[in-house]
Write a protein that binds this ligand. Sequence first.
Ligand code: URA
Length: 384
Amino acid sequence: MSRIFINYRRQDSEGYVGRLYDHLTKHFERADIFMDIDNIKPGADFVETLESAVASCDVMITMIGPQWLTITNDAGSRRLDQWDDFVRIEIASALKQSKLIIPVLVGHARMPSPTELPEDMIALARRNALELSHQRFSYDVDKLIQVIKDTVSGSASLKITSPTTKINADSEVVRQKELAIKVVRIVREKELALKAVRDDLMNATTSPLYEFRTQIRAFPVLGEGNADANIIFIGEAPGKNETETGRPFIGPSGEVLDEMLRSIDLKREDVYVTNILMDRAPEKRDPTPAEIAFYAPFLDRIIDIIQPTVIATLGRFSMQYILKKLDLPEKRGSITQNHGKLIKTQAHYGEVHIVPLFHPAVVLYSASQKETLRKDFEKLKVFI
Ligand code: URA
């Protein structure tokens, strides 16, 4: 019986589907994975076939590529709007039957909004999506497989491939599995290590900003994001919005940062965002050397845990700190001289690129700086 249903458009996501199928077959029985192309018999009523296949599945993976919404038929009409569109029939049927649907975004596609979908597919827009990128394929697929396994763990009919039989059959499968397990373990360890830093920061009563923190009943702000991120952004200091919530860059500067990330198709949850100071300073003043010296060890611990391949500094304070820490010749340059450079160097854990960027707040004071900031952010594209 088919239990995992892969819903996709060949023109839109074929390159990814083949790779995904190969990975899935290492964890699940081939017979439990339904892909329309192979399974529909000639002459069969395709609507009935699709609906009964959906009925028998536990999980539907809906692959959404960059053209998913817009592909047209020969008459120039959007395929999603056609009654006989396979993709639409399958999704609408899964929604009607309350099946678990996992949208999987590929090729930098985004989730469709409700207004872009036909009536019987609108509920798809509320489903939480996972992203698959070619660069992090094994890692991303591992996350997807874990979700499927968690979902079907109570289901008797979806057989998860036994590792012992596979070990004998296919050493590549074993290697992939071990790698996936290792990645999950590393991420968990990193998350725990970051939590320990957060606890220490909460208890940092000797901070020069601790008194102000208690006076205004604020939270310290360690940082937020992917504990295993490739790219870490380091700002200056949390402001009022941030210390009321404990989250970095959520005020006006955060909006600029989000816009810049969007401009290069980088998701906030894929990076880690932190600051050189982790408490709010009074009166929006610049960080003092004593404050930077106090919080620097917390920042160093974050970097050591995450081990990013890119450190993007936002503003002159974090830039100066990082360039001096790594003793780079650019430490003598101003942010006007250094912004947008890719500075390759060696951290104790491996190669790292420092990318000094202007602080997003520059755009709030001078709109003309937006283009400069956007162009500088473009430099990060090679690391995505
Ligand atoms: N919010 C932050 O978290 N950091 C800044 O530098 C500015 C706003």
